[in-house]
Structure formats: structure tokens, C-alpha cells
Design a protein around this ligand. Structure first.
Ligand SMILES: NC(=O)c1ccc[n+]([C@@H]2O[C@H](COP(=O)([O-])OP(=O)(O)OC[C@H]3O[C@@H](n4cnc5c(N)ncnc54)[C@H](O)[C@@H]3O)[C@@H](O)[C@H]2O)c1
Ligand SMILES: O=C(O)CC[C@@H](O)C(=O)O
Length: 531
């Protein structure tokens, strides 16, 4: 399998990948060149400069994984990747210390005008009067976003004697208390109290432009803003005007709305904010330390490698899927997938609702992944595109199918049981299956009939009026076709006078033979199931 790496990542990561895969490092690719070559690759690894657009993903017909060597995935069209069943992985734990430290460095440099004083001295001017700064001690700093980086920034700022407050509606009071950070409940409150604001939010529809004209109008004139998260969280135009007019005191910016990709000798970059003396900048250096890049490079290599080998990874788009021991679950995953495939083999009406009930020992396991396996099997006969754990929930939702999962600790007869009730526009159809011993899979209910058969590659399921002679005639038709019956199970519904026959056969049954069986007296329905 082939991996394309479009930005510099640590050598140790590349070496790890090369043990199992072919790796092309092509850091000079233009967006057009990326579109041309992406079709050859099974995985793509990027940092923040490569834009993984819907077009790149569409052209990446062999892509299975997109690896982001870093935290933010705002340069990747995750929705399109998810729809296509492409796993998106990142390394959110690997560069948060470096980014927190860079935030502190920028805050101190901003407070003491260090870059401006350095530039003056470097140009041969000894100036002190212009560069009087402010202390951080006793000042109020508000952290927007108290996640991985925000909380590391909090502990460091407390050590500097700052009055640390935070705004993050998605974090519990306990977490605020544990960090010793005072909770603020609105952005208005933030703007009124802050001497410093440091931003550590993800870039989402809700956070873009979170600090705009209205917000800056409420700010104290001594406000200084540090943005080490993403460009655009503070409206750049509004920030420029507020800094130029002296409405606020300063800003330190590591990230911009539009950033170029580095080229040898440096990429050209110009921005209005660069004109101002009360703003300091770095070119997206938050994660640029030896330690972070080593961690990120190795971590992304491990994640991409695991994903390409088909193992479950902690992916951005495998929502809430945490599996401790995938191997122990594998017979249940197989059972669920087979049970899923049975529905459209036996019924033709579109599914409206699926209720999955886990009973016995299996109810104590991580069942979500088993449900996804069932749903993948359910859609498999009716969808052409690739279906996997990444996109199946989206595909199910697109079709308006309601899914209900429940667990029951009690179960009769079996140590574990998966029961699925599928509702279509006419009726509800029940299937149930179990795993005996370590990995013996059995279907124990098929369309409401209690059965006990092992699902094998070729099966005939026949529903008939329970009258003598039917089995013999079916045997004759199959014999004439040279189809060998390996096992046969019959289940009777005495009340309705009907029976269900499940025959495991050794090969495909021709449409003509199926037709002949269907035409037999007392036969109600015939389904050939190929797993
Ligand atoms: N400059 C760099 O080089 C660099 C390096 C790493 C990460 N980053 C960026 O830093 C940012 C933070 O990264 P992280 O790993 O700490 O993320 P995180 O997900 O751990 O934390 C983000 C926090 O923001 C909060 N949040 C989300 N929406 C919010 C809203 N509308 N209002 C208030 N709070 C909200 C979340 O509850 C969460 O606690 C991201 O944008 C990431 O891309 C930049
Ligand atoms: O690649 C980089 O150095 C930037 C990483 C940073 O923006 C991130 O989100 O992790």
C-alpha cells in the first residue's frame, strides 16, 4: 500500500511507515499536482498547509486514511471523507505542551514589546522609552476554550500570578474548579473583565468570528489578545481597525485566516496586520518544537499504519467508538454483519426502523461497534459505495432509518443473544443469533421462526405450508441441478400451519431451479442467500 506525505513530518515517523508501506514524501506538490497524483495512494498525511478538499477526496479513489500530523482538522473536509468511508486521524495529544508554551512566550513578548525592541536594536537604534511594557502579575486573563491546550495554558498563567478566568460552556464546573479557573458565562462578560484574552478554540461554525466588532467595542482599552488557535476566530478586519485606532492595546498572532505553504527560501506573505506596531507575529509556530514534531510524526505514523492494517484507531470520524478488545468481539461482529445481510436477502421492502437488543454476556461489552457491523451488513446488498464503520451511520441516517439499541442482562437458553427487529412499511421481521463457545455462529431466529443453523456461503430459505411431500420435491429439483444439500433445518409454526426450511447447500442455485421450487404446491416463498 502507498502513502503520500505532503508536509515535513519527523524522520522516525517516516521510518516506521516504511517498515510496512511504500512512502512518498512530496512536500513540493501544488494543489493541482496533488489532485493529479492522489488517486495512486491509500493514505495521505498532511500538516496544516495542505488543503484536503472534497475534490482531493473525490479523486483519492484508493484513499482509506487521511492523517493530520497535528490537532486541527479544519484543513480537511471531514464530512466528505466520512461519507466516502475514509478514516481521518489526528494527534491531538502530541503538541499541546508546545502550543501552550508558545502562547506564554507570545503573551510575555507582547506585554514587553520584545519583537519590536529587538528589531529596533538590530537596526542599530537604542530605544527604551517606546518599549515600556506591562506586567502579567495580577492581571485578568480569560482563556477561551479550556480543552487540552487551554488547560495547560491555565496552569502556567496561574504560576505567573495572573487572575485566570475561562469561557467554555462545554466544560463542567468540576473541571473549572480543579484547574482553579473562574468560570465566565458569556462572551460579553469576557470582554468586560479581560486584560488579556488567549484563544484555544477549535475552528467551527460557532467559533469563527467569535470576537467581532460588537465584542471588541465592549473591551477594555488595555486588552491584549493572543491567538495561537486558528485564524478567523477573531475577525481579522475588525481586529486591524481596533488595533489601529487604539481601541485595544495589542495582539499576538500565530495563525492567520489564509496561510501559505512554506517553500524553499520562504513563501511570500503579506497581511494588513503586519503594518501595525502593536501586533506581534509568528508564522504558525505553536507546534514547531523538536519534541512536538517528534511526538506528532511518530503518533500519526502509528495511527495511519494501524488504520491501514484494518485496526480500529481513535479517529476523528469514528464517533465515540472505543473498543478495548476487538479480538474478543470479532465473532459477534461477524454474526451481526451476517444477520444484517439476511434482511434484504429475505425481504424487499425498505427498512424504516431497526431495534437491536443485546442480551446476556454480550450486553456487558462495547455493543456500539456490533451495531455498526449489523448496519454495514444491512446496507451491503443495496449500496454500491464502500460501507464501513466510518460512514455507515451517515448512510443509515441519509436513508431515514431509525436505529434503537438496547441491552438486557437476562436471556433464556443462551449465554448471549443478539435480536434484531426490522420494521418496514408492512410488518416487523425478527432475526436472532448467538455465538456458541469461542466462535461458533448460529442463527436462532429467522423471520420469527425458531431455527438453529450455521450461516454458510450458500443457503436456501423456503417458507411453505406444513404438508407432507414438500421436502422430497425440493430435494429432487436440487439433485437434478447437482446441488448437494449439506444440512437442513425445519422449523414449524403449528398455529399457522406453516414451516420454514433452511438448507445449507454447496453451490449457487440457478434462477431456473429457484423458479421450479417456487412453483411447487404449498411453497410460499423462496430466498437464496449468498453470504
Ligand atoms: N498554533 C498551533 O500550532 C496549534 C497547535 C495545536 C493546536 N492548535 C489549535 O488550538 C486549538 C485548541 O486545540 P485543543 O487541542 O486545545 O482543542 P480541544 O478540543 O482540546 O479544546 C477546545 C475547547 O474549546 C471548547 N469550545 C468549543 N466550542 C466552543 C465555543 N463555541 N465556545 C467556547 N468554548 C468552546 C471545547 O469545549 C474545548 O474544551 C485548535 O483550534 C487547534 O487547531 C494550534
Ligand atoms: O503542523 C503544524 O505545525 C501546525 C499544527 C497545529 O496547527 C495543529 O492544529 O496541531
Amino acid at each position: 500500500m502507498k502513502i503520500l506525505v505532503t508536509e515535513k513530518i519527523a524522520k522516525c515517523g517516516i521510518e516506521l511507515l516504511r517498515k510496512d508501506f511504500e512512502v512518498d514524501e512530496r512536500t513540493d506538490l501544488t494543489p493541482e499536482a496533488l489532485l493529479e497524483c492522489i488517486g495512486e495512494y491509500d493514505a495521505l498525511i498532511v500538516r496544516s498547509a495542505t488543503k484536503v478538499t472534497a475534490e482531493v477526496i473525490e479523486k483519492g479513489v484508493n484513499l482509506k486514511v487521511i492523517g493530520r500530523a497535528g490537532t486541527g482538522v479544519d484543513n480537511i473536509d471531514v464530512e466528505t471523507a466520512t461519507r466516502k468511508g475514509i478514516i481521518v486521524v489526528n494527534t491531538p495529544e502530541s503538541n499541546n505542551i508546545s502550543t501552550a508554551e508558545h502562547t506564554i512566550a507570545l503573551m510575555l513578548a507582547l506585554a514587553r514589546n520584545i519583537p519590536q525592541a529587538y528589531t529596533a536594536l538590530k537596526s542599530g537604534k537604542w530605544i527604551r522609552s517606546k518599549f515600556k511594557g506591562v506586567e502579567l502579575y495580577n492581571k485578568t486573563v480569560v482563556i477561551l476554550g479550556l480543552g487540552r491546550i487551554g488547560s495547560n495554558v491555565a496552569t502556567r498563567l496561574k504560576a505567573l500570578g495572573m487572575n485566570v478566568m475561562g469561557y467554555d460552556p462545554y466544560i463542567t464546573d468540576e473541571r473549572f474548579e480543579k484547574l482553579g479557573v473562574k468560570r465566565l458565562n458569556s462572551i460579553e462578560e469576557v470582554m468586560r473583565v479581560a486584560d488579556f484574552i488567549t484563544i484555544h478554540l477549535p475552528k467551527t461554525d460557532e467559533t469563527v468570528g467569535m470576537i467581532g466588532e460588537k465584542e471588541l467595542a465592549m473591551a477594555k482599552p488595555n486588552l491584549r489578545i493572543i491567538n495561537c488557535a486558528r485564524g478567523g476566530l477573531v475577525d481579522e478586519e475588525v481586529l486591524y481597525n481596533a488595533l489601529k485606532s487604539g481601541r485595544i492595546a495589542g495582539a499576538a498572532i500565530d495563525v492567520f485566516e489564509k496561510e501559505p505553504k512554506e517553500v524553499p527560501g520562504g513563501a511570500d506573505f503579506s497581511h494588513k496586520l503586519l503594518e501595525l506596531e502593536n501586533v506581534i507575529f509568528t508564522p504558525h509556530l505553536g507546534a514547531s518544537t523538536e519534541e512536538a514534531q517528534e511526538n506528532v510524526g511518530l503518533e500519526i505514523a502509528k495511527q495511519v499504519s494501524e488504520a491501514l492494517k484494518g485496526n480500529i484507531v481513535n479517529a476523528v470520524n469514528l464517533h465515540g467508538l472505543h473498543v478495548r478488545n476487538i479480538h474478543a468481539l470479532s465473532p459477534f461482529l461477524k454474526l451481526a454483519e451476517i444477520m444484517g445481510r439476511l434482511y434484504y436477502r429475505a425481504e424487499k421492502l425498505p427498512v424504516q426502523k431497526v431495534e437491536i437488543i443485546y442480551s446476556g454476556d454480550i450486553a456487558k461489552q462495547e455493543t456500539k461497534i456490533i451495531t455498526l457491523s449489523y448496519l454495514s451488513g444491512l446496507l451491503e446488498p443495496v449500496i454500491e459505495e464502500r460501507i464501513n464503520f466510518v460512514n455507515v451511520e451517515m448512510l443509515i441516517k441519509d436513508r431515514g432509518i431509525e436505529v434503537i439499541e438496547s441491552i438486557r442482562s437476562e436471556v433464556d437458553h443462551y449465554t448471549n443473544l443478539i435480536t434484531v427487529k426490522v420494521t418496514n412499511s408492512k410488518k416487523q421481521v425478527t432475526f436472532a443469533g448467538t455465538v456458541f463457545g469461542k466462535d461458533e455462529i448460529r442463527i436462532v431466529n429467522f423471520g420469527g421462526y425458531e431455527v438453529d443453523f450455521e450461516p454458510t456461503p450458500y443457503m436456501l430459505v423456503i417458507q411453505n405450508y406444513d404438508r407432507p411431500g414438500v421436502i422430497g420435491k425440493i430435494g429432487t429439483i436440487l439433485g437434478n441441478e447437482n446441488v448437494n444439500i449439506e444440512t437442513m433445518r425445519v422449523s414449524q409454526n403449528r398455529k399457522e400451519g406453516r414451516a420454514l426450511m433452511v438448507l445449507n447447500v454447496d453451490q449457487e442455485v440457478s434462477p431456473q431451479a429457484l423458479k421450479q421450487i417456487e412453483m411447487l404446491d404449498n411453497v410460499l416463498r423462496v430466498s437464496f442467500i449468498k453470504l
